[in-house]
Design a protein around this ligand. Structure first.
Ligand code: SF4
Length: 283
């Protein structure tokens, strides 16, 4: 079913659909995420956000004044009970070229990480490496991930609360080796909107928790806090998100980006994080 398929949707459902497309288009434009000729790898985990991402990009592709192509990619990690054929059927039907990369990372993780220890960090690194390699093999110029505003805000808060640093999850990011560009076209979309969209579209969602890792406790707490703010202080999450777009280095304390001796902003080339500055000046 196409996102712009109007007649089966109620007015409020059509409004939500339109809003998600509009917000996705705005984020793509604001951060120059997709250019003419790009081939975008769309990471499909089987979760709600990845389905929304694929449909939104597919709709934008049909409407955009530029030419770009899409390829949906799922990594088949051999997680027990993962219904890879359900996802394959969906991708087959939706008409976007797709690739399922068979990589048994589940066994690697089971072998390397002792029982009871956190597996997500290794799993994420393995998946990221596989996505980069598959992007190269498929000739993709961008890698689109389904992170939304709530992911960006909770990552920002996690870094502030537990890491002691102002650092978020950017809508567009070049990999450390400069060879890959990761984009997050749903950056302006709220999680409750992807949840509603998933219900409306009746996506064949693949449930969380099949890997047995459980939820990250700190992230779960922050998501609960975000939901509480939404109920009690509407607008707060949006304001936190907007604060990442309106930074005043002279009113913070990072001498890597603001020179407090000359009261000038450092040039981009000279910019270092405070950690790097401290490291460089350490005895
Ligand atoms: S929740 Fe499961 S699939 Fe997701 S990163 Fe953790 S181990 Fe990997």
């Amino acid at each position: 079913m196409e996102l712009n398929e109007r007649n089966q949707l109620s007015v409020s459902q059509r409004r939500l659909t339109k809003r998600i497309i509009k917000l996705t288009a705005e984020a793509v434009t604001d951060f120059g995420m997709i250019q003419d000729g790009d081939k975008v790898l769309v990471a499909m985990s089987g979760g709600k956000d990845s389905f929304v991402l694929l449909e939104a990009l597919k709709t934008l592709q049909a409407r955009a004044p530029i030419d770009f192509s899409l390829v949906a990619v799922n990594i088949h990690q051999h997680i027990p009970q993962f219904p890879v054929e359900t996802l394959r059927t969906y991708l087959e039907d939706c008409g976007v070229p797709y690739h399922i990369e068979d990589q048994d990372t589940y066994s690697i993780i089971q072998r390397l990480i002792p029982d009871g220890q956190n597996v997500c960090s290794l799993c994420s690194r393995l998946r990221r490496g596989i996505l980069y390699r598959v992007a190269d093999e498929l000739g993709c110029t961008k890698i689109a991930l389904g992170h939304h505003m709530d992911d960006i805000v909770s990552t920002f808060l996690l870094n502030v609360f537990y890491g002691g640093r102002l650092k978020g999850m950017p809508p567009i990011l070049r990999s450390d080796d400069g060879r890959h560009v990761v984009i997050r076209p749903l950056a302006y979309v709220r999680e409750y909107e992807t949840e509603k969209m998933a219900k409306i579209r009746n996506y064949p969602l693949i449930g969380k928790g099949l890997c047995g890792a459980g939820e990250n406790k700190k992230r779960t707490e922050l998501k609960a806090l975000i939901r509480q703010w939404d109920r009690e202080c509407p607008g707060r999450v949006y304001n936190i998100f907007m604060s990442m777009k309106r930074v005043s280095p002279s009113h913070l304390m990072d001498s890597g980006i603001y020179d407090f001796e000359t009261f000038t902003r450092r040039s981009v080339d000279a910019r270092q994080t405070s950690d790097e500055v401290q490291k460089a000046s350490a005895p």
